[in-house]
Write a protein that binds this ligand. Sequence first.
Ligand SMILES: *Cc1c(COP(=O)(O)O)cnc(C)c1O
Length: 390
Amino acid sequence: MRLSRRLDKIPPYLFVEINRKIAEKKAKGEDVISFAIGDPDLPTPKHIIDTLCAAAYDPANHRYPETYGLPELCKAIAEWYKSRFNVTLDWPPTREVLPLIGSKEGVGHMSFCMLDPGDIALVPDPGYPVYSVSTLLAGGEIHYMPLLEENGFLPDFDVIPKAVLKKAKLLWICYPNNPTGAVADVDFFRKVVQFARKHDIAVCHDAPYTEVAFDGYKPHSFLEVPEAKEVGVEFHSLSKTYNMTGWRIGMVVGNATMVDALFRFKSNLDSGIPQAIQIAAIEALTAAQSEIPQRNLKYQQRRDRLVNALEEIGLKVTRPKAGFYIWAKIPRGYTAVQYTAELLDKVGVAVTPGIGYGKSGEGYIRLSITQPDDRFNEGIRRLLTLKNEN
Ligand SMILES: *Cc1c(COP(=O)(O)O)cnc(C)c1O
């Protein structure tokens, strides 16, 4: 059987490789603590699950969902954006809100809506792999924008060659950032809007971590810039905000032309989000957001313990203000893959090598703070046994 050549463009999914290595260890009977994957260990709040269960019993929710998403969900998303960011979103008559089957789905499909063969997407390096892979699948070309520590892990638009700018149609950004943990202020987003207008480039801001933040810091929406809606969209998600990664629900909001394009594309591939899940999402977005500060405090304590432990074993770390990830600089003399292998072999701790997120990730590893407390504590203990070695 011959598969499409398109599939040859897909590099192995980073986490599949890591999981395979971990599985090998486990098969040998070794216990591995994984700091490799960002997926909340804490459960979805009970009131959300109760709503989901009740909705599951309602026969109205057993049928195909409304293709566009429940109007009540679109309204809940718009109201949440208003109360959280003071951003006004229209829906209908214009479509500035579209629920998604998790934001990853929308991120991947957006490339197909915006790129023709030969068009360039500007992609952060390091970055979430879906931006680059979906570009390739859509037939587009990638220009990587290095995210460097000396620039606060923000892209430098001034160094992008003119020839690239001419062919660039799409720009991907992500703040609070995965994998570097960096955050962006509204000034940066203003620069993005200016840049996008000047060169006629559409912007996609991937922002699933705005509600996971520490030390009183409040991350910003790209759409807080008044003209942002003219040039782009923001992807958001219930996954990280409400510990709902398994339920698969997110949204894209902003530029009506882009939102409508994604709807037209998607509606030919999927038939919407299971309606009981949409109803659970309405509950999540409209209830008092009281679980979030407490949850963030727990993450903050883990962040501090992990940063401290990494510093004690000789890694250089910037304490992130938001998100799930610690981006740690490894000692000289190692590649990220070598250092990752050494952690796995010496102390049975799995992390992700920064190079897996792009060339500029070399020299770093990424650790996530989403393990259950007992596993997390054991992981810290194991890391600290390396203290006298470095
Ligand atoms: C987790 C994550 C997503 C995907 O979230 P879902 O809504 O669960 O699909 C998208 N982008 C980044 C950067 C992420 O870390």
